[in-house]
Design a binder for this molecule. Structure first.
Ligand code: ZN
Length: 284
């Protein structure tokens, strides 16, 4: 299945804050040990079953937390199974429910030191980005290091600082084995690629982020694209189409296995950033 993306959801802040059920989606498997569990189709969250508890990657917003909880239960897990919560970056759509879920599960919350600082210094650009969303501040149990994977049970998640969308935006990579064939796959999720924070208008009003981040994003993209990723997962499901195959996963079928998608996805995101840079240059 070639790389494909879809338009973002219209008026998504109204929808997610007032009527999240309109974009509800049941949980579905995307890779061995790995399930889409955010309960809504705006911002992704993934549950990784490590064999000794679960790792949750991103939490969605507080308003859709009940949908995430329902997803976890529907898959047969308890919230107490979640032992580690990984936060890709400090925006509310990825960590708005981190406080609530840490409280309910007892899990440790890990994020980059860079984005924790950004979050503490600039609530209006991170957790309080929109008055319709009511994120709770949360405690951070530890910071990522690119040299030290986060290991639980049989899964090690490698973290990679990938600045651009935020200063401490972090991407995640983990290896899983197909129980049917014994093949091993690398699953990857880029931590954040939105051009909404990589344009001159944003930089003009930001108290924290600078255009150097956008340059770093473009510079790093080539190196990142050369990494081998068998199953590329989006942090927002419109950025890499996955909903079209929801519910069709079997170990034998592997509907998301395509080692070409990762590089195509990154190329498309760099194109969007360059387009934003180009249009700003031509407007001057
Ligand atoms: Zn973001």
């Amino acid at each position: 299945m070639p790389f494909c993306c879809s338009p973002s959801i219209p008026n998504v802040f109204d929808v997610i804050s007032e009527r999240p059920w309109e974009i509800a989606v049941p949980p579905f498997q995307v890779a061995p040990r790995t399930y889409y569990v955010s309960g809504q189709r705006w911002a992704g969250s993934y549950l990784i079953d490590t064999g000794d508890g679960c790792i949750l990657v991103d939490t969605g917003v507080l308003e859709s937390c009940p949908l995430l909880v329902e997803s976890v239960h529907e898959l047969g897990y308890s919230l107490r199974d979640i032992r580690i919560i990984l936060v890709s970056h400090a925006h509310v759509d990825h960590c708005g429910a981190a406080g609530m879920l840490a409280h309910l599960s007892g899990a440790d919350v890990l994020m980059s030191g860079e984005d924790e600082e950004f979050m503490r210094a600039c609530p209006e650009e991170t957790l309080a980005i929109d008055p319709r969303l009511r994120a709770q501040p949360f405690e951070v149990s530890g910071h990522f290091s690119d040299d030290e994977p986060v290991t639980l049970g049989e899964v090690s998640v490698r973290t990679l600082l990938t600045p651009g969308h935020t200063c401490g935006c972090t991407s995640f990579f983990w290896d899983v084995e197909n129980p049917a064939s014994g093949e091993r796959y690398t699953v990857g999720m880029h931590g954040g690629v939105g051009v909404n924070t990589m344009n001159d208008e944003y930089y003009a009003s930001s108290a924290y982020l600078t255009p150097a981040l956008r340059e770093r994003f473009v510079e790093d993209a080539g190196r990142l694209a050369r990494m081998h990723v068998d199953i590329a997962l989006p942090s927002h499901p419109n950025q890499i189409e996955i909903m079209d195959r929801a519910g069709s996963y079997t170990d034998e079928a592997q509907p998301y296995l395509d080692a070409g998608v990762w590089a195509e996805f990154l190329a498309e995101r760099v194109r969007q950033v360059r387009e934003a840079m180009g249009s700003q240059v031509s407007r001057r």
